[in-house]
Design a protein around this ligand. Structure first.
Ligand SMILES: [Zn+2]
Length: 229
């Protein structure tokens, strides 16, 4: 079966076509249609953009230490063989969207300001921005992730409920304010998932659990996000 020829959304040139049987593209190298000079390919089914270097899938303002944090996610099995990072390079990646949104808010010091109108009361009265963990890994990264109290707590709870050490559930986002935690489960294209109640209920601080549904504004490379809380 021959796939339709596509145009590179970055440079506008016709993409090269690698002959062969189209298999599920799990990374850039397995894309049949690619633009080698831009490092962008399309997946072999309903076309999803896949970047040769996953970092290209997020805006340059938020690129520092992204891979470092992704590699330290709690669910180690998911990180093995670069799997989580390679998926970060898909235009449909929920992780890339989550990263872009929250790291940008963090850089701008806007976390409290944006989350307050979303129904989480009292955040703007708090004097400073929270510490942040994405997928259980501190952002910005610490030398040792276990230097984060929350990370340690989540691991302990995960042990207590009998999860495999290399296959722990991970909350997408944890915002650590002095007196409460905001735990956020992000949904983009996926159905509604909830993180394990045991996990949230085992934490030492009171917490607010938020389900954040994201939509991209358009399919451009700027990853503009967010609409609906
Ligand atoms: Zn191109």
């Amino acid at each position: 079966m021959k796939l339709p020829v596509l145009i590179c959304p970055n440079c506008g040139k016709e993409m090269s076509y690698k002959e062969g049987r189209p298999e599920t593209a799990r990374k850039y190298e397995s894309c049949i249609r690619r633009c080698e000079s831009c490092g962008i390919g399309y997946s072999n089914t309903f076309p999803t953009l896949i970047y040769r270097h996953p970092i290209q899938n997020i805006p340059c303002e938020v690129q520092s230490y992204a891979k470092d944090v992704v590699d330290k996610a709690l669910n180690e099995a998911n990180c093995k063989n670069n799997k989580k990072w390679e998926r970060f390079g898909f235009s449909t990646s929920e992780d890339a969207l989550t990263w872009t949104f929250f790291v940008w808010l963090q850089n701008e010091g806007m976390i409290r300001k944006v989350l307050s109108p979303a129904g989480i009361n009292g955040l703007q009265k708090i004097g400073e921005e929270p510490d942040m963990l994405l997928w259980g890994a501190p952002v910005p990264p610490l030398q040792d992730s276990r230097d984060s109290n929350i990370r340690r707590e989540i691991e302990d709870i995960s042990d207590k409920i009998g999860e495999r050490k290399d296959y722990r559930s991970e909350p997408d986002v944890v915002l650590d304010f002095p007196e409460k935690l905001v735990v956020i489960e992000v949904n983009y294209l996926s159905g509604n998932r909830r993180i394990g109640n045991e996990l949230a209920e085992g934490l030492n601080k009171p917490f607010v659990l938020v389900n954040l549904v994201m939509r991209k504004k358009s399919n451009n490379k700027d990853n503009e996000s967010v609409q609906k809380f």
